[in-house]
Design a protein around this ligand. Structure first.
Ligand code: NAD
Length: 260
């Protein structure tokens, strides 16, 4: 289903976004990467995807906190690949603090990158999806889009917002061939989570393995991390024909975190 389509995956130089980009490339989609990181490393990644899977691969360094750079990224991907069929809004950041101590600038940047960027990518890509009457928008929300945890005011607010935005876009596109859904991962072992494990280990004087176990025990009944490849596979499924009538859903991949 995705063969020959073009997918823009934001925040795909690391973690879950990279997993999604790899799965979609393996399925034959051309991939437009985005995110931060060393230029040489990113160029190596871009070439590897293109060579390994025989697809086209592009890259934009757009900072998703900046709407003008998002518009430029969309224009560049459209120019280079002829159009965008699949949009995966994945880029995200985290910061933890009690609300009275939560720095206002951290709130602003989390809302900008984790929530507002999704609005800006969607609004710039929808006109061309509408023109072709086909599109797949997948927003990577979180278990924290459905339930809360202390210390994560901005993240939880942004991710709940992403699920709201997903539903609105799904409703507005309900009579078209464009679907919009959210995926809600629980813990996935990526650099974003590794930083939280390191903080926990330092705070409680735990070994890395004990801190990992503690993190999982607290929230994720399966006791296992979900993987970027699993999130990629669910994304690919949402892009398939079988998923054409899945609209406005928030699909959990969270080891039963939100079943409790
Ligand atoms: P990560 O830190 O490994 O990757 C984040 C990616 O976003 C990187 O490519 C980074 O360069 C990019 N990025 C960050 N700020 C950016 C900006 N301003 N502009 C452009 N790109 C930017 O994190 P991850 O764990 O892979 O998280 C990916 C998404 O999954 C996030 O939206 C996160 O909230 C969500 N998520 C992660 C988990 C988890 O357990 N890891 C769970 C639920 C949801």
């Amino acid at each position: 289903m995705v063969r020959g389509k073009t997918a823009v995956v934001t925040g795909s130089t690391s973690g879950i976004g990279l997993g999604i980009a790899q799965v979609l490339a393996r399925e034959g989609a051309n991939i437009f990467l985005n995110g931060f990181g060393g230029r040489t490393e990113i160029e190596r990644l871009r070439l590897r995807l293109a060579q390994e899977y025989g697809v086209k691969a592009g890259f934009s360094p757009a900072d998703l906190a900046k709407p003008a750079e998002i518009a430029e990224m969309t224009a560049q991907a459209t120019r280079e690949f002829g159009g965008i069929d699949i949009l995966v809004n994945n880029a995200g950041i985290q910061f933890t603090a009690p609300i009275e101590e939560f720095p206002a600038e951290k709130w602003d940047s989390i809302i900008a990158i984790n929530l507002s960027a999704n609005f800006h990518t969607i609004r710039t890509v929808l006109p061309q999806m509408r023109a072709r009457n086909w599109g797949r928008i997948v927003n990577i929300a979180s278990a924290h889009g459905l339930v809360a945890s202390p210390m994560k005011a901005a993240y939880v607010a942004a991710k709940h917002g992403v699920i709201g935005l997903t539903k609105v876009v799904a409703l507005e596109m309900a009579r078209t061939g464009i679907t919009c859904n959210a995926i809600c991962p629980g813990w996935v072992l990526t650099p974003l989570v590794q930083r939280q494990i390191d903080d926990l280990a330092a705070r409680e004087g735990l070994s890395a393995a004990d801190a990992r176990r503690r993190l999982l025990e607290e929230k994720q009944p399966s006791g296992e991390f979900a993987t970027p490849e699993q999130i990629g596979a669910v994304t690919a499924f949402l892009c398939s024909d079988a998923a054409a009538e899945i609209r406005g859903a928030a699909i959990t991949v969270d080891g039963a975190w939100t079943a409790q």
